[in-house]
Unconditional design. Structure first.
Length: 283
């Protein structure tokens, strides 16, 4: 007979709580072992709101080993800090994708100064970029790659100053013209068309009596590699009716032309200010 019982999806937050209940008494024997929980923006939060969690413990004087984890228990980062507050990095730090694949390796001197070779990987394990820091400054040749393994950019630095640059297309053709490290996303038609779009779509809301009749709202969002907009949220608030209308109109926007970073299409965050000016309606 066929079993029609539906399996309950894995709830990683419940598993995390259970893990802490089981293991905290064990780690509790050491006063130097700490658990910390973070939301998606790496802001400290309550355990029930966590997207990541951290286990840190003292290994010797002025050194704390820190391991960050995804909710499924996969290691996200490992490294050593000089303080319990995890502010100053020292030595090698490794970061991992949620799949467990190595994402990047970084190296720091004892005062959190960037040093030595830094290397980042795509999730397919091919090199994303690689280069060297000296006394916290980019030094020598840095290279960026496309996911197909073709070199995207070669940039030469001296004390963090860019002195030479070469870019390639994904087929290996050298890019000519005005080369820029960063190209911001672009609204269809450019800046002038953003103003036109807002004029046509923004509706001035009815203001509750006693509330300000003018205000400025900043809405931030990420323009993805395909031009779509994600993570739309208020970064600078005004009164609620202004906030709500600003979010509404931003969500009406068409896809943008995606931006580039080191000659590669990239996810880039944009902040769009929206200004409201009006008067009370008298009935």
């Amino acid at each position: 007979m066929k079993n029609t019982t539906k399996q309950r999806p894995v709830n990683y937050k419940e598993l995390l709580v259970l893990f802490i209940i089981i293991w905290l008494p064990v780690f509790g024997n050491s006063q130097d072992t700490l658990f910390t929980y973070f939301d998606k923006n790496w802001k400290e939060c309550a355990i029930e709101d966590a997207v990541f969690y951290r286990k840190s413990y003292k290994i010797k004087k002025k050194q704390w080993a820190v391991n960050d984890y995804y909710l499924n228990g996969q290691l996200q980062m490992s490294g050593i800090y000089k303080t319990k507050k995890a502010k100053k990095k020292v030595g090698e730090f490794k970061y991992y994708y949620e799949s467990g694949t190595l994402e990047s390796k970084e190296l720091y001197k004892s005062n959190s100064e960037k040093t030595g070779e830094w290397i980042s990987y795509f999730e397919n394990s091919k090199i994303d970029y690689t280069g060297t820091y000296k006394e916290d400054l980019k030094e020598g040749e840095w290279r960026w790659y496309f996911e197909n393994g073709q070199i995207s950019a070669k940039e030469l630095y001296k004390k963090d100053e860019l002195i030479e640059i070469t870019y390639w297309d994904e087929d290996g053709t050298i890019v000519k013209g005005d080369l820029k490290i960063s190209e911001p996303p672009e609204f269809p038609g450019g800046l002038d068309m953003i103003s036109e779009f807002l004029k046509e779509n923004l509706q001035f809301p009815e203001i509750p009596w006693g509330q300000p009749t003018s205000g400025r709202v900043h809405v931030k969002f990420v323009v993805e590699k395909d031009g779509s907009m994600t993570n739309i949220e208020i970064s600078k608030q005004s009164i609620k009716v202004f906030n709500d209308e600003a979010l509404r109109v931003i969500k009406l926007m068409p896809d943008w032309k995606p931006g580039k970073f080191h000659n590669r299409v990239a996810r880039i965050e944009v902040t769009q200010p929206i200004k409201f000016t009006g008067v009370y309606k008298i009935f």
